[in-house]
Design a protein around this ligand. Structure first.
Ligand code: CYC
Length: 169
């Protein structure tokens, strides 16, 4: 599992180089956004249940057939699995926000997900839609809390969406 600092150091150490200006720039960006990253992670933690519940509700309003017979979230067991998956994506995104690195997502969330989703017929497009709804909710909360540059919030949510979409083929 990596973060901005460890991945950078291990990169430079492998080739025995001192940190150059590009390394310093990326460290500077990371530390400049550091307080906001922590703020957003705390905000996600404090509102996690509400975020995944509301995002689930919105997703099922937008794609109601998921909950009907034949839909992948039909039956309480699958409905619960869907909300649980949303909660996984939210929690791991909060870790990646703090780390400033998507490695934790690759390692803990995305490995093997293709096989699982494909074999269970879990549809990718609405999964991506649900993740995007959560992302927007987090961004709205962050901007209400005075976080102006939200690109580090986009990063993990969009990474999961990209990877899941590629995995679906
Ligand atoms: C199932 N989601 C699963 C399963 C796994 C994950 C492993 C199969 C085992 C189970 O049912 O628990 C995902 N597990 C994870 C992830 C991690 C993990 C990501 C990393 C922490 O350990 N269905 C929909 C919606 C979507 C959905 C679009 C919610 C957004 O229609 C999700 N995932 C969904 C559903 C199932 C599932 C309904 C159960 C499918 C079934 O059993 O038929």
């Amino acid at each position: 599992m990596q973060d901005t600092v460890t991945s950078l150091i291990s990169n430079y150490d492998t080739t025995g180089r001192y940190l150059d200006s590009s390394a310093i720039d990326s460290l500077r960006t990371y530390f400049t956004t550091g307080a906001d990253r922590v703020k957003v992670a705390a905000m996600i933690s404090a509102n996690a249940a509400e975020i995944s519940r509301e995002a689930g509700k919105q997703l099922f309003e937008e794609v109601p057939e998921l909950l009907r017979p034949g839909g992948n979230a039909y039956t309480t067991r699958r409905y619960a699995a869907c909300l649980r998956d949303m909660d996984y994506y939210l929690r791991y995104s909060s870790y990646a926000v703090v780390a400033g690195n998507d490695d934790v997502l690759m390692e803990r969330v995305l490995q093997g997900l293709r096989e699982t989703y494909n074999s269970l017929g879990v549809p990718i497009a609405p999964t991506v839609q649900g993740i995007q709804i959560m992302k927007q909710m987090v961004k709205d909360m962050a901007s209400d809390a005075g976080v102006t540059d939200a690109s580090f919030i986009d990063q993990p949510f969009d990474f999961i969406c990209r990877e899941v979409s590629e995995l679906s083929v």
